[in-house]
Structure formats: structure tokens, C-alpha cells
Design a protein around this ligand. Structure first.
Ligand code: ARG
Length: 409
């Protein structure tokens, strides 16, 4: 089958049920700063109680600090009184970023939270510098396929001085195009961003897997477009171990999921630009990105390709096609030497993480509907239990304040 035809999808009216797209249980922007002094000249300052909670946590887990917790709290209170905010030390930043991952209740891959590489980019101000660091992030994180969990932390929001932001939800994403006939080509999740970058002058190739340019939105500068250099975008072409024809579908996915639209909050300080990545669990691609009816929606085409009887739901053609796409994703990534995990292994690792954290006396907040894999849920041990749900900080939150971003996510 011709892949162009396959990847141009007809509009669908019905969006299927998905893990909730709503923000996690973080505060809304209106709540941030409640109860703190309003400083007329600098705006609303950092919540000192949250800063103190964070410093208390750091000193409890790492007592070997240069200052006592009382000395450091004294410094921080004085700096907040003076400027409305305070600067984290490099160690505070690294610990805060790692604990934000540890507290991310939707993430199944938290066993390795302590190994997160933290790149301190707080000094970068111009769009060009920021883009250079984003490229360096991709280079270090991709690591030729041996993907390393990495976060780059740019300047925080400060009273009267907003932080830089990115319009993109991830550093690597595929464009989506609305055709005149109502069909879409590419990733329908990015129709609006694609429109927006075209208005900024991006020359769209119009294919099913075009990597979108980045839009850096830094204070004092117009939003600026940058291409992601092709040699920094590792991609895997999908093939199936037993069905050589599968490769002819022309499917592919990028190796590194690097989320760039979540605000990292550490000790009352917000870092809206703090892109972070892990490696993929196969189902994210094989059961969601390529399959959701409001994404690439490929199951009908794949079922036809596999010769399945799509005449009745009761043949379970969807389920059978779904398994084969997931086999293809895991097989192709492994063959290409790109780190990926399967949902059985990752589920077991998550329970190992839970047990390990509990031995440390720590609560592991988790959201069942995100932790349970979208394929074969009940075959994985994470299905058969409940979890604590708590909003523990530091954490990552949706960023509500991308004011100049012309589309809503
Ligand atoms: N599910 C998202 C995607 O498919 C990525 C989310 C983060 N995933 C990860 N393995 N760190 O692009």
C-alpha cells in the first residue's frame, strides 16, 4: 500500500476515551502566591513556606550541605524579601529536578530518578543561545541511541521578569496538515502548532513525518523559529520481525520524547522552560501515537495490511492489529540500537521503585489511569492494585501562562 494514502486520514468525529488530558492536581495560577506579601514594585513573590519545605527536604535527604538548613533558610528569606524570589544553588536545582520526576504521578519510569542529568541553563537569555542549548540537550540525551534521561533548566519566572518559553510541547514532534478535502496528513495533535509556525514563515514539506521547527518565546524578543538540525533527530523506521511487507507502510517514530511545555516548580520557584526526556516505552508509540483515533489512527489500515477480517468488532481485529504494531515498534527500536522498554518490564520496574521508596519511608504518588499500560493492562502487575494520589512538590505542572502562544496547549 502506498504510504501517502495510508497516512492521509479521513476526519473522525468521535474522539476516543484517553487518559485524562486535564492537568494533574497542581495549583492553578490563581492559587500560586496566595498568602504571600504582594510587592508593589516587583509583583507577587515566592511563597517562603514552600521554599522552606523544599530546603527541609533537601537537608533531610542530603545532610552534607555547605550551610545548615537554618542558615540557608535565613538567606532565602532575606533574598525573597529583597527581590521577590531567590536563586537555587546548582545542588538545589539538581535535587529539585530529580525529586520533581520522583513525584510525577503519571510516570511509570521513575525507578531511575536519581540518574537524571541536569543541565543548568539559567544564564541563557537570547533565543539563539536557548536554541543552541536545546540542540545540545538533544545531542546529549540521544547519545547515539543509548538514551539518557536529561533535563535542561532555563531561567525561572521572576516578579516582573517572565521566563523564556517554548511553543512546542516536545522538542521533536511531527507536523500535522489539514487538507482542503478535510483529510489530515501527519500528526493531528499538531495541526494548530503547524499552522502557527507556517504563519511565522516555516516552509512546510507537507509529509506525514515532518519534524516541526522550535519556536523560542523569550522576553524582550519576538517569538523566533529555529529548525532542529536533522543530525540531532534520531528516528526509527518501523518494520515487523515476521512480516517483511510491514516496512512498506513507511511508518517511523523519533527516538527521544522530550517534553517542553511543563513548568518545573522547585521550592516556590517556577521554571516554565525545563525540557526533560526519558526513553520510550513502546506502547506510547504503538498503542497511542500511531493508533489513537485523534492521532495517526492507523489500526484500520494496518488490519487491512495484515489481512484481518474487519467485518465485525467480534473478530478482535483491532486488538490483533494493535499487538502487531507494538511488536514492530519494540523490534525496530531494538534492531536500531535505540533504547526502548516494553510494558511488562517497565511495570515490574515501577513496582520495584515503589518498594524501594517505601523502604525509605517515602510515599509514591501514582495515577492508576496513567500508570497502567494501554495494552494488556491486566497482564502487568501495576493493574492489580491502587496507589496513593498526592500532589507532592517539587513537581511538573502544565504551564498556563504561554500568553503569546496562539494555540491552546
Ligand atoms: N507519551 C509521549 C509521547 O508519546 C511522551 C511522554 C514521556 N514519555 C517518556 N517515555 N518519557 O510522545
Amino acid at each position: 500500500m502506498n504510504s501517502e494514502a495510508l497516512l492521509a486520514r479521513a476526519p473522525t468525529a468521535d474522539a476516543i476515551e484517553q487518559p485524562p488530558a486535564a492537568p494533574p492536581c497542581g495549583p492553578d495560577s490563581a492559587e500560586v502566591g496566595v498568602g504571600v506579601e504582594v510587592r508593589a514594585e516587583v509583583g507577587v513573590g515566592v511563597d517562603v513556606a514552600e521554599a522552606e519545605d523544599f530546603l527541609g527536604l533537601l537537608h533531610a535527604e542530603h545532610p552534607d550541605q555547605p550551610l545548615t538548613v537554618r542558615q540557608r533558610m535565613h538567606q532565602v528569606r532575606a533574598e525573597v524579601a529583597d527581590t521577590g524570589s531567590y536563586a537555587h544553588t546548582a545542588d538545589e536545582l539538581a535535587f529539585g529536578a530529580r525529586v520533581a520526576w520522583r513525584n510525577s504521578s503519571r510516570c511509570i519510569g521513575r525507578l531511575y530518578w536519581q540518574s537524571l542529568r541536569v543541565l543548568d541553563r539559567r544564564d541563557a537569555t537570547t533565543p539563539r543561545e536557548i536554541h543552541r542549548h536545546l540542540c545540545e540537550h538533544l545531542r546529549q540525551a540521544t547519545n547515539g541511541g543509548r538514551i539518557r534521561p536529561t533535563i535542561s533548566v532555563f531561567a525561572p519566572d521572576r516578579p516582573g521578569r517572565p521566563a523564556p518559553r517554548l511553543w512546542n510541547d516536545q522538542l521533536i514532534r511531527y507536523a500535522g496538515y489539514r487538507g482542503d478535502d478535510g483529510r489530515t496528513v501527519g500528526d493531528p495533535a499538531h495541526l494548530d502548532l503547524t499552522e502557527a509556525v507556517r504563519r511565522l514563515g516555516w516552509q512546510a514539506p507537507g509529509g506525514p513525518f515532518d519534524v516541526l521547527p522550535l519556536v523560542v518565546d523569550a522576553p524582550g524578543h519576538e517569538p523566533q523559529l529555529f529548525d532542529v538540525p536533522g543530525d540531532l533527530v534520531l528516528e526509527v523506521a518501523l518494520s515487523h520481525p515476521e512480516r517483511p511487507e510491514f516496512a512498506a507502510l513507511g511508518l517511523r517514530w523519533h527516538a527521544v520524547p522530550a517534553i517542553s511545555n511543563m513548568r518545573l516548580r522547585i521550592g516556590g520557584v517556577d521554571y516554565p522552560l525545563a525540557p526533560f526526556n526519558g526513553w520510550y516505552m513502546g506502547t506510547e508509540i504503538g498503542a497511542r501515537n500511531l493508533v489513537d483515533s485523534d492521532r495517526y489512527d492507523l489500526l484500520p489500515a494496518i488490519a487491512r495490511h495484515l489481512g484481518l477480517d474487519t467485518g465485525s468488532e467480534a473478530t478482535l481485529w483491532r486488538d490483533r492489529a494493535l499487538v502487531e504494531v507494538n511488536v514492530a515498534v519494540l523490534h525496530s527500536f531494538r534492531r536500531a540500537g535505540v533504547r526502548v522498554s516494553d510494558h511488562h518490564t517497565e511495570s515490574r520496574r515501577f513496582l520495584a521503585h515503589l518498594a524501594k521508596e517505601e523502604r525509605q519511608g517515602r510515599l509514591v504518588p501514582a495515577d492508576w489511569s496513567w500508570i497502567v499500560p494501554p495494552v494488556s493492562g491486566s497482564l502487568t502487575p501495576v493493574f492489580h492494585r491502587y496507589y496513593d494520589e498526592a500532589d507532592q512538590r517539587p513537581n511538573f505542572y502544565p504551564d498556563e501562562a504561554r500568553s503569546r502562544c496562539p494555540y491552546g496547549h
